[in-house]
Write a protein that binds this ligand. Structure first.
Ligand SMILES: Cc1ncc(COP(=O)(O)O)c(C=O)c1O
Length: 483
């Protein structure tokens, strides 16, 4: 959906319906355009903003009020409800439903930010489509239809196409020296689905899980939706405090530890090989599963990263998620989850319930493209292009006094702002000027880290990165000068 300020028509070009006005207001609230406790535009103003009759705006406000998301104040207008006010209200829903729904309302801010169409998109860790060889990829689409004329009339198996799993087994052996049987591999629709499946199959409400602080925020949501209590493991410039990890494993007995140890999102941090070995030993000792989310493994600058934790695992405590979604073809959404048979037995039925198998066509196109020489050439070029963009962002930030640790791979900079600057205010103004980034609090399982932001350098070219950062710094300066 386009940003509210500049969109007056829905996607079909027609006038907006109540539903789309409702969604646009909700999107604005979640993205921080209107803050909890703040006043919303009057019914007339909202009507003008959306180019609808004021009655349509009124109906949308009423629906939001019925759902407890906004409140009408007598003779004053509509206000965004605070989280506290919402939590105080009696509800007919069960406590569990309420938790799940309020969680969605609080947390889905990330996708709301991503949904805003802005000129300077630094919020989404997404690779610029201009950096992917689209024309070449379409050749593989044609090839697949020639090779498998029935591909569109066939289901995949739940685990995924046997030929692809076989080939990926060979890939793990050749690339990492990891021996994994094709039946220990499950093709998923992005690593996002793999995380969701793990959260549903391997833990139950009330279980505890360790999670990095900060982390990839949809993982926080996925585990919390299942009623899993999250225990944060802080990432410092030296990495995890492994004694603390051991203490938590020993005293709290977490069921699993969700981690993104290679070019971590958002910090860019990579856990060194020695720590990887020790983590696997701890997992075995305390019977805590390690969910290793390895989406950025191939996006390195300089040398490649250490082997995955999965490589060190002999007892089956590591579940390894390797996504090819971002840098091969995001439109295909192909990722693989590797797990030893006892765990796979629990996960596969959940995948069956979820979608009965990732679309076969996507798997076949991926297979033919991924194992081609062209892909290897492309990845090498892509690394160089991304590193140039990272450098462009870092040099644009160099005079600001803002702080970050330069990552050796991945797509993001994790930046600390000066203490006095309100990130929420920065975001609100940035969005209204067509610029987006991720506020750090979204990445924090404890909802803090208010001085941090995540800036992705993968989507904009160098010129736009320089301009985007210049504008962001100007807004920060404007806020500073007002206080
Ligand atoms: C750490 C991490 N895990 C998982 C994902 C989801 O990726 P996919 O496109 O494979 O679903 C992302 C995407 O940004 C990510 O950063």
């Amino acid at each position: 959906m386009a940003s509210i300020g500049n969109m007056h028509e829905d996607e079909t070009g027609g006038r907006r319906t109540t539903k789309s006005v409702y969604e646009a207001i909700l999107g604005g609230i979640r993205a921080g355009r209107w803050l909890p406790g703040g006043k919303l535009p009057s019914v007339r103003e909202m009507g003008e903003l959306m180019n609808v009759h004021r009655l349509t705006a009124l109906k949308a406000y009423r629906q939001l009020a019925d759902e407890g998301l906004v409140e009408a104040k007598y003779k004053s207008g509509y206000y965004v409800k605070t989280h506290e006010a919402r939590a105080r209200e009696p509800s007919l829903e069960t406590e569990w439903d309420y938790k799940a729904r309020s969680l969605y309302v609080n947390r889905s801010r990330l996708s709301d930010i991503h949904r805003q169409q802005v000129d300077y998109q630094m919020s989404e860790a997404l690779i610029d489509p201009n950096l992917l060889p689209n024309a070449y990829l379409s050749n593989y689409v044609k090839q697949v239809f020639d090779l498998y004329p029935r591909v569109l009339s066939t289901y995949s198996t739940v685990l995924g196409d046997a030929e692809l799993r076989e080939k990926l087994g060979g890939f793990f052996l050749a690339k990492h020296g990891i021996s994994v049987h094709p039946d220990e591999l499950l093709i998923t629709t992005g690593s996002q689905q793999a995380i969701d499946l793990v959260s549903r199959a391997l833990a139950k409400p009330g279980d505890k899980a360790l999670i990095e602080r900060p982390t990839y925020s949809p993982a926080i949501d996925a585990f919390q939706q299942q009623g899993i209590a999250l225990l944060p493991v802080t990432i410092t410039p030296e990495g995890y405090d492994l004694d603390e990890v051991e203490r938590l494993m020993k005293t709290e007995r977490p069921r699993l530890f969700y981690m993104n140890p290679t070019y971590q999102n958002p910090t860019g941090y990579t856990v060194p090989a020695m720590q990887r070995k020790r983590l696997v030993e701890l997992a075995e000792r305390y019977q805590c599963l390690l969910v290793e989310d390895d989406v950025y493994h191939d996006i390195y600058f300089g040398g490649p990263p250490p082997p995955p934790l999965f490589y060190y695992d002999t007892e089956g405590y590591v579940l390894y998620i390797r996504s090819f979604s971002k840098y091969v073809a995001p439109g295909l959404r192909i990722s693989v989850l590797a797990a030893r048979p006892a765990l796979m037995e629990a996960i596969a039925p959940v995948k069956a319930l979820s979608d009965n198998g990732t679309p076969l066509l996507n798997q076949k196109i991926f297979q033919h493209y991924f194992f081609s020489k062209r892909l290897q050439e492309h990845v090498a070029k892509l690394r160089t292009a991304l590193e140039l963009r990272k450098t462009a962002m870092e040099s644009s930030l160099s005079d600001t006094g803002w702080q970050w640790a330069s990552p050796n791979g991945g797509l993001n900079l994790w930046v600390r702002l000066p203490d006095h600057l309100s990130v929420e205010e920065l975001l609100r103004r940035a969005l209204s000027r067509s610029l987006a980034f991720v506020p750090g609090s979204i990445c924090d399982p404890l909802g803090g880290m208010n001085d941090w932001i995540r800036l992705s350098y993968s989507y904009l070219n160098e010129t736009n990165i320089a301009e985007g950062i210049r504008r962001l710094v100007d807004i920060a300066e404007e806020i500073r000068s007002e206080h």
